[in-house]
Design a protein around this ligand. Structure first.
Ligand code: GN1
Ligand code: MG
Length: 351
């Protein structure tokens, strides 16, 4: 990491470098220089992102597009070139690094107020709206089939069949719950393939903690974590935000009784997202509840697959972490089913 810091064109010399953030994928550090400048240095996880150079091409294309449309310089990430002039650096061990200017602000794991959550909806809805005219075909698919829920099911079934860690019998109940819902879980993918849902440029990882908020005003400043920006469905972005931010507990809460859908927060986010993304079609609006449910189920499928394969993908803090995450997400899916008619009524009221 020390060597990587020196590979970028920073203002001043680095004097401090500390671990930073809480993403599940990349390793992140904050760097301070003797010129009083702060930067974020990240090691790109190449197990997850197999083509880091293409990934950086996406990220720099999207940020320069946004920079032409956003006036506040804090509204979009500024990547710092390496001494080679490229926006990435490969170290002697073959690891890939990138660096961007640190923007002061804060990220939340749970919304503290309705306004915080509304702000994140405006940030993600607006992000999608701003990228409406971005030439989607020029983007690389940084993770192929990322939100293809049916393909996620296929990978889960493969993991069950291989059962590399001998964990499949332990998760029979979770598997049963998931497989029971396979047909419905494939709806968005089928509507994407048939063209009934429009393909857009989407963020694809819209957890609340991927929005930077201003310390004083608590307004959304900027959308972070652009590694998965790719062509996708608006419902992925909407749905993943509901899954994470309209839940009454953390994504890995161990006490399942604490995990529910907060209908009021669901309503708050829906209002912010639809207001800031007016180009949503009638069908997209109608399917918002299904977007929330599908994304919750899909991430449960992914956590469970990783658990069965031996926890190689998501960072874990303890041995059963991915199983806990799976159960918590499935509890949320079940609660959405209980509240289904309320979710639909709230969405219809706003349309
Ligand atoms: C990962 O990197 P992070 O923590 O923002 C994952 C998302 C999952 C999320 C679950 C590239 O996001 O897809 O929804 O964990 N990102 C990738 O917390 O797989
Ligand atoms: Mg993140």
């Amino acid at each position: 990491m020390q060597q990587a810091v020196f590979a970028f064109r920073l203002q001043g010399s680095p004097i401090r470098c500390v671990s930073f953030g809480c993403g599940h994928i990349n390793n992140t550090f904050q760097v301070e220089t003797d010129a009083g400048r702060k930067y974020v240095l990240q090691e790109i996880n190449t197990h997850v992102f197999k083509k880091p150079v293409e990934l950086m091409e996406n990220v720099t294309a999207v940020t320069s597009f946004l920079r032409r449309r956003i006036t506040d310089p804090r509204g979009v990430l500024h990547f710092v070139p390496a001494c080679t002039g490229k926006y990435w650096h490969q170290d002697e061990e073959g690891r890939y690094w990138r660096c961007y200017e640190y923007v002061s602000g804060f990220c939340l794991e749970t919304p503290e107020t309705d306004e915080d959550f509304y702000e994140s909806a405006v940030a993600f809805g607006g992000f999608q709206e701003l990228l409406r005219d971005f030439p989607a075909a020029t983007l690389h698919e940084t993770i192929p089939e990322f939100h293809n829920t049916l393909d996620r099911y296929r990978l889960l079934k493969e993991a069950v069949a291989a059962d590399r860690c001998g964990r499949a019998t332990e998760v029979a109940a979770e598997l049963d719950f998931i497989l029971h819902r396979e047909d419905e879980a494939g709806t968005l993918q089928r509507l994407r393939e048939s063209g009934e849902l429009p393909l857009r440029v989407t963020h694809n990882d819209t957890k609340l903690n991927n929005v930077l908020l201003d310390e004083k005003t608590r307004k959304a400043l900027c959308v972070l974590d652009l590694d998965t920006v790719m062509p996708g469905l608006s419902l992925y972005d909407y749905g993943d935000s509901i899954r994470f931010g309209a839940a009454t507990a953390a994504e890995d809460e161990q006490e399942l009784d604490r995990m529910e859908l907060d209908l009021h927060r669901f309503d708050v986010y829906t209002q912010g997202f639809t207001a800031s993304c007016p180009s949503l079609t009638v069908l997209e609006r109608e399917l918002l509840p299904l977007g929330a449910k599908t994304m919750t189920l899909e991430v449960a499928v992914r956590f469970l697959t990783d658990y069965l394969e031996g926890d190689h993908y998501f960072k874990t803090a303890y041995p059963h972490h991915n199983l806990v995450r799976t159960r918590t997400q499935l509890k949320l899916v079940g609660d959405m089913e209980h509240k289904w008619s309320d979710m639909q009524a709230l969405v219809a009221a706003g349309n």
